[in-house]
Design a protein around this ligand. Sequence first.
Ligand code: KG4
Length: 340
Amino acid sequence: MSDIILGIESSCDDTSAAVIKDGWLLSNVIASQEVHKSFGGVVPELASRAHELNIVPVVSEALTRAGVKAEDLTAIAFTRGPGLLGSLLVGTSFAKAMALSLNIPLVMVNHLQGHVLANFVKQYDKENRQPSFPFLCLLVSGGNSQIVRVNSPLEFEILGQTIDDAVGEAFDKCSKMMGLGYPGGPIIDRLASQGNSDRFKFAKPHIPGLDYSFSGVKTSLLYFVRDEMAKDPDFMEKNKEDICASFQKCLIDILMDKLVKAAKQTGIKEVCIGGGVSANSGLRRRVEEEGKKRGWTTYLPEFKFTTDNAAMIAIAGLFHYRAGERCPLDIAPVSRIADF
Ligand code: KG4
C-alpha cells in the first residue's frame, strides 16, 4: 500500500503544504508573506496572523493539486521547530486538528532535518540524483549555519555550527545597513554578480574546529563603510556592486574553508547544501568548483527547495513514519533546536 503524507510547514514567514506519495512529489504550495517587507525583517506577530489566514487555503490547494482527498492521507507531518513560536503554533495546531479529525497518525519533523532531506524528494520528469550515506550537508539559512554529517535519513551529527550570527543574518543585516532592502541575500547576490569580488577585503574570523562565526565580518563591513563614507558620502552608491561582491566572497570563503576541512577530516566525498542561503549563486558555483577539484560528488537543491517549503517536511515525515515514529496529540512546538 502507498504512503501518502501531507507535510505542513509554518516555522517562519512561509505557509506551505505539500503532498508526497511514496517519496514522489504530488504538490507543493507556498504562500509567502509580503507584509514584512516594509519592516526590513520578519515581524513574528504579523507572521502568525498571516499563517492563520493562509493555512486552510494552502492545505486545500495542496490536496487539490495532488488529486488527493483528505481521507486518502496516510499521515500528517508538521514542523515542530526550530522557528518562531507563534508561527509554529499555527501549523502544529492545524496538523493536530486534522490528524485527530481523520484519525490518522501525526509525525513531527525538525525543520533543519527537512532542509537536508529535501535532497530525497523525487519529482516526475526530473533526474532525481540523491546523495548516498554518509554525506555532508552545509546547512545555511537565516537562523543557522551548520555542517552536518548525515549517516542515515534519521541520524544526523552536527560537526560544526555558528557560535553567533547565521550567515543568512550576515547577508540580511548588512543589506539593511547598506540600505539595500530585505531579504538581503538575494539582493546582495544580484549586485555581487555585477561587481569585483577582489576589490575590498574584510576580516575573517579564526575559530577553532569546524564552528563558524559571522558577527566579526559584519562589524568589519560596518566600520569599513562608515570610514569610507566619512571621506566620500557617495562611496556606497558608487561602489555597492564591488562591496557586495567582496563581502559575499568573504562569507563564501568562510563557509567553504570549514566545509573542505570537514570533508578532509571525515573522508566523506558526498557533499550537499541546503537552506535559504544555498540559493546563493556564488556559493553554488564555489561548491561545484571545489567539488571538481577535490573529487566530491555534489548536490545542489533546486531553487524551490532552498527556501522554506513543505515538500521537505513531507519527505522527512515519510522517513519518520516508516521508522514507526508517531507523535502524541499533546505535543507542543519548540522555538530552539536545543529543545528538540
Ligand atoms: O531557510 P530560509 O528560507 O529561512 C530560514 O532562515 O529558516 O533562509 C532565509 C535566508 C535569508 O537570510 C535570506 O537572505 C537568505 O536565506 N537567502 C540568500 C539568498 N536567497 C535567500 N542568501 C544569499 N543569497 C541568496 N540568493
